[in-house]
Design a protein around this ligand. Structure first.
Ligand code: MG
Length: 440
């Protein structure tokens, strides 16, 4: 099975974990926990399970507050455990379930962590939104699970720590993010001969626009992604290209490849999901319809490749085009690379400031162009005034979580404060960030 796994420990590729154990591969039925089951990835994962019902036993489903959808899923799959964000949601879900069905209902961060570590689950899909997903991922890797990782923030925030835990517990990471899954497939059996990873980006709804044209775009316009149907946060991240910035950090941690060997290429059709470049200059690409069911199935059913009712790719249907990204108009790509330079704390600040800025933009409290500026300004203030957290990932999981939470709060408060300044003061803070070396 080694030939199906990216090389570990080579000069270019050093994959984050080893392959699943023999025991996991021999399991007729994988006990499965879905963290974030009511979101777009979670629902697609349940479609994959529905297409292969004999391969899985759903033992746990978790969501934040969408209890109506969770109740429908629970009624269909009858897991023994459910987890929700708070007591109110727990009461709500209880009321929606029939009298003859009594799953354990777990609550909050602790609840998600317990669910992710359930002994009867060998496999966990980590698909919660944003930084909140780290807790569940950490719990699953600590418990040595096969983790199908859709929550890229887990690696952005604690990639080094997750790599270390995988070595200790034998946990496995299978990448669900479509670009990283494509690279995973291209890398199977390779390592020494790779020179670069090439992540493709659709360019989002504002591809080709100038800074001038982007000054007055609305949340509604930014939420219209041309190719993928996703949640609001990731759709805005796609419009700013911060999604690709986070994916550079994700690829860095997954494949152990330095950021300068990770290139981004804009590819509006989202058919080539990513590529690897070999030492002879040739490239290997993975192509398919832009449909997340495929990447999810590739992880859940690994190493098997089976139909999940997605139509085959017809290459005569559209022309495939590629462009260099415009990093002047979309500075988030460079911001992510800059954050990776500082490692640990800077990536946490980048992510927290981005989450705050996206929320502010969706609430129409800052402009689209303010998103990278708020992130740059927060990073600049962090670098100059906030205590260093450079060793963030060299401590235990619990300490990392605690440090990360306080750092996130500080960064989000800062981003909110900067956004509420009058225009002149705000421009001054942005200009300081530019002088501090942060592109915005
Ligand atoms: Mg992606």
């Amino acid at each position: 099975m080694a030939e199906l796994w990216p090389d570990q420990g080579g000069p270019f590729i050093n994959y984050i974990s080893g392959p699943p154990s023999e025991m996991w591969r021999r399991e007729q039925v994988h006990g499965l926990v879905l963290l974030g089951s009511t979101g777009s990835i979670g629902c697609s994962a349940l479609d994959v399970v529905a297409a292969h019902p004999k391969a899985f036993n759903i033992v746990g489903l978790a969501c934040a507050r969408n209890i109506e959808r969770l109740a429908k899923q629970a009624l269909k799959w009858r897991p023994t455990h459910l987890a929700v964000l708070d007591d109110e949601a727990a009461k709500g879900i209880q009321a929606l379930l029939p009298a003859d069905y009594h799953p354990h209902i777990l609550v909050g961060r602790e609840g998600y962590a317990t669910l992710a570590a359930l002994p009867e689950a060998s496999t966990v899909l980590s698909a919660q939104v944003g930084a909140a997903g780290l807790n569940g991922t950490l719990s699953a890797v600590l418990a040595g699970k096969v983790v199908c990782l859709a929550n890229k923030e887990s690696l952005v925030l604690a990639g080094d720590l997750i790599r270390r835990i995988c070595t200790q517990t034998g946990a496995v990471i299978l990448p669900v993010d479509s670009e990283h899954n494509a690279i995973f497939q291209c890398l199977a059996g390779r390592g020494q001969e790779i020179t670069r990873l090439i992540l493709t980006a659709s360019g989002g709804p504002f591809r080709g626009k100038t800074s001038q044209e982007l000054r007055r775009v609305t949340p509604k316009q930014a939420l219209q992604h041309p190719n993928w149907s996703m949640g609001a946060k990731i759709t805005i991240d796609s419009a700013t290209l911060m999604n690709k910035g986070l994916e550079i950090i994700e690829a860095y941690h997954l494949y152990g490849v330095p950021a300068e060997r990770i290139k981004v290429l804009v590819h509006p059709q989202s058919v080539v999901h990513s590529l690897v470049e070999l030492t002879d200059g040739s490239q290997i690409a993975q192509l398919s319809m832009p449909d997340m069911h495929l990447a999810i199935a590739a992880c859940l059913l690994w190493p098997r490749c089976e139909s999940v009712n997605v139509p085959p790719l017809d290459l005569t249907a559209k022309s495939l085009t590629f462009y260099e990204p415009d990093e002047e108009v979309f500075p988030c790509l460079r911001l992510a690379r800059t954050a990776l330079d500082g490692r640990g704390g800077r990536c946490v600040v980048l992510n927290a400031a981005n989450e705050a800025a996206v929320e502010l933009f969706l609430a129409e409290r800052c402009s689209f162009m303010d998103i990278p500026r708020l992130i740059a300004a927060t990073l600049n203030i962090y670098d100059t005034t906030m205590p260093g957290h450079q060793s963030l990932c060299s401590v235990s999981a619990a300490e990392t979580n605690a440090t990360k939470s306080s750092l996130e709060k500080e960064a989000q408060t800062l981003a909110h404060r900067i956004a509420s300044l009058d225009e002149q003061s705000r421009d001054r803070v942005y200009s300081m960030a530019r002088h501090g070396g942060f592109p915005c």
